[in-house]
Design a binder for this molecule. Structure first.
Ligand SMILES: [Fe+2]
Ligand SMILES: [Fe+2]
Length: 475
């Protein structure tokens, strides 16, 4: 297999490895979009004023040494367009075009569907930056503040990735959609973001870690399916985005590790589960935050049974998670699958053609991945000699989308009455009291190496730097 690695052009106004300089029209269109992006970043990006932040910037798309770390003033940060390496032999791995060479241009018959998929993905990227806008003001350490900026600049770059595709391959309609990606805003009454979870607020750092653990992980799975796409530029874009995305989930995983660790320490120190008075976050509150963020993220996978998902797969636009490792014919027209259903007041499953069950297939992969975090956090509790355990609630709990929408199901997976739900909701999902407590703990800690009361310090710094490194400088 041969592959070529296009060099990144750093001298360009828009750093890129797509040879933007050779397409003047496209270059001009993107350069016209750039100031609108920068205005959006100014209005909607991190609200903290910094001198510079120790950030990772992509310098190569190969497997080795793709990133460079340095202190960067935010007004000098440059977002670029990077696609992973081009494989000239790549073939479509699934659906009715299986075995055909991948497309370098958009096939006319799939134009509308592909544009829609790109717009929906693109809409989530700036949404999370908007949701996280005010977190910098209450960062529990400089290390955490740096990670917030890192996640935010990369989500901004992911928006660039999708906008590049819209401009380069979808003509006037694509340019209009690119403008709309900056016009919609998270939580806005008149023009909200497309998906529900991206209109929720991220008002505190516990929510931020939960978001990066559960909701960025949904992103990982969506990008994983688009990486399989027969439309090669989309595939290569998503492959590179996945590389950056891994860090976002690391922030979530280790963030919750550190909260659980601190809670366990306080429980032992005070010989009590109620660590709220001692400046900690009680375990049952952590559980409620897990319940909330996990379930709104499950909704992002859509209906269990979906003809859209079937059509995208058959057309070769969107594959399954790790499509090429699956041991079947990758066409699925003769296979059956089971999807969740509620019938006669019972939680059950229905058999449907496998093609219709692809959303549930992806959601199952996601759930398996999520459960790894729970194992980690329970190991931390065990290590501290604490008997209580954290868990993922039943897949039907607190759902707004799909087979369980409108049903009342307990975290254990029992169908319950509205009355029972009302009586217990406050034990299962964060209440105003919980949210007020968590928000009350959020005070900025800006001294290098120091950490807030409610969270343990990280075990390692970033890029082999010490934990007390000055990750952020202020004016
Ligand atoms: Fe992203
Ligand atoms: Fe992300």
């Amino acid at each position: 297999m041969t592959s070529s690695r296009p060099k990144i052009d750093f001298d360009a106004k828009i750093p890129n490895n797509v040879d933007l300089a050779s397409d003047r029209k496209l270059q001009r269109a993107l350069e016209r979009w750039q100031p609108n992006f920068l205005d959006w970043w100014g209005d909607m990006g991190p609200a903290v004023d910094t001198k510079d932040v120790y950030l990772r910037t992509a310098v190569d798309v190969g497997r080795e040494g793709w990133a460079h770390f340095d202190h960067v003033p935010m007004n000098e940060y440059r977002w670029g367009v990077f696609l992973s390496e081009h494989d000239p032999d790549r073939k479509i791995a699934f659906g009715e075009h299986k075995g055909e060479p991948v497309w370098q241009e958009v096939p006319g018959e799939y134009r509308a569907d592909l544009q829609r998929l790109i717009v929906i993905q693109g809409d989530t990227e700036p949404a999370s930056v908007e949701q996280q806008r005010f977190l910098g003001a209450t960062a529990p350490s400089l290390y955490d503040m740096r990670n917030l900026f890192q996640v935010n600049v990369e989500e901004g770059r992911h928006l660039w990735a999708m906008v590049y595709l819209l401009h380069a391959y979808f003509g006037r309609a694509g340019r209009e959609e690119a403008d709309q990606l900056l016009a919609r805003n998270s939580g806005s009454d008149d023009s909200p973001r497309i998906l529900g979870a991206f209109n929720e607020e991220t008002p505190d750092w516990l929510s931020f870690y939960m978001f990066t653990y559960f909701t960025d992980r949904d992103g990982k799975y969506q990008l994983g399916t688009l990486k399989e796409s027969g439309f090669d530029p989309l595939s290569r874009t998503c492959e590179f985005m996945l590389k950056e995305e891994a860090h976002h989930m690391f922030v979530g995983t280790t963030g919750i590790d550190r909260v659980v660790t601190r809670t366990a320490q306080l429980m032992n120190e005070h010989d009590s589960e109620d660590v709220a008075g001692a400046g900690g976050i009680p375990l049952d509150m952590i559980q409620k935050y897990i319940n909330f963020h996990y379930t709104v993220s499950l909704d992002l996978f859509g209906n269990e049974s979906s003809t859209n998902a079937a059509n995208y797969f058959t057309a070769g636009l969107k594959g399954r998670w790790q499509e090429e490792r699956r041991k079947d014919d990758h066409v699925l027209t003769d296979d059956a699958g089971a999807v969740d259903a509620v019938r006669d007041g019972q939680i059950t499953t229905t058999e449907v053609p496998a093609l219709l069950a692809l959303n549930q297939d992806l959601r199952s992969e996601y759930i398996g991945d999520c459960s790894n975090g729970l194992k980690r956090w329970n190991r931390i509790l065990e290590k501290h000699g604490i008997d209580a355990r954290l868990s993922l609630p039943h897949v039907g709990f607190n759902r707004q989308v799909g087979a369980f929408a409108g049903q009342r199901i307990s975290p254990e997976g029992k169908m319950i009455s509205e009355d029972e739900w009302q009586r217990n909701e406050g034990r299962w999902l964060p209440t105003e009291v919980d949210k007020t407590h968590v928000r009350g703990l959020m005070h900025p800690v800006l001294e290098p190496g120091k950490i807030a009361s409610w969270i343990a310090p990280p075990t390692n710094g970033i890029n082999d730097k010490p934990v007390d490194f000055e990750y952020v400088h202020f004016n």
